[in-house]
Write a protein that binds this ligand. Structure first.
Ligand code: IMP
Length: 201
């Protein structure tokens, strides 16, 4: 038996990434378009990842009883006071997009020795228990000296992951899915679903 879940996103890229990670575990992930649902992007106007993720998940709880997941994530740079963090998407749009945001970060880090950074992802799961459940994934690394590669999205071209010493911008999907913050949070979700009998052990 497959376990069916809805991902509260209009972002096709994210849907594909989550599907690739969950489908080997007999989890079928539906996007909002699969349910024929059109919901405006929820404003990410909160100051924590969990609040943003919860807002996205709750926006579709009215229209389905299926288990729902939603995530929120961001890039935290140590020497910039952990900016842009939960404001990562808003930081990029305020500068005209991720290309500009990347350039701005490289400029702000010029001559900075401490380039350590991390991606954080919080996933909220609704409708399996009374309370929302939260799963966190962290990818540690540092900010590159220059743009490296064109793969992925967002800040990928300047984030070098610590374990692989490779830039997300140079990784293919499989490589990124082995170490990314989102994949790490999803692995915890998979463990929860296994232990609680939603998917086979
Ligand atoms: P969201 O969780 O999709 O809302 O992500 C918020 C923002 O964090 C994105 O718009 C990107 O700026 C950044 N971000 C999150 N995950 C990644 C990633 O895997 N690579 C690059 N940037 C990311």
């Amino acid at each position: 038996m497959n376990f069916e879940i809805v991902l509260a996103t209009n972002n096709k890229h994210k849907l594909q990434e989550v599907r690739e990670i969950l489908s080997p575990h007999k989890i079928i992930v539906y996007g909002l378009s699969d349910l024929n649902v059109k919901i405006k992007d929820v404003e990410e106007n909160n100051s924590t990842y969990v609040e943003n993720a919860l807002a996205k998940a709750k926006a579709i709880q009215k229209i389905t009883n299926m288990p729902i997941i939603a995530d929120d994530s961001g890039l935290e740079i140590s020497s910039l006071n952990h900016e842009p963090g939960v404001y990562s998407a808003r930081y990029a749009s305020s500068l005209g997009g991720h290309d500009q945001a990347i350039k701005e970060i490289l400029k702000r880090l010029e001559n900075t020795k401490n380039r350590s950074a991390r991606f954080v992802c919080q996933i909220v799961l609704l409708n399996t228990e009374d309370k929302p459940l939260i799963f966190e994934g962290i990818a540690k690394g540092y900010i590159a000296e220059k743009i490296m590669g064109e793969n992925g999205f967002g800040y990928d071209p300047i984030f070098i992951e610590e374990e692989t010493n490779q830039c997300f911008g140079l990784m293919d999907k499989k490589e990124k899915n082995a170490v990314s913050h989102r994949a790490r949070a999803l692995k915890k979700l998979i463990t929860y679903l296994r232990i609680n009998g939603f998917i086979p052990l």
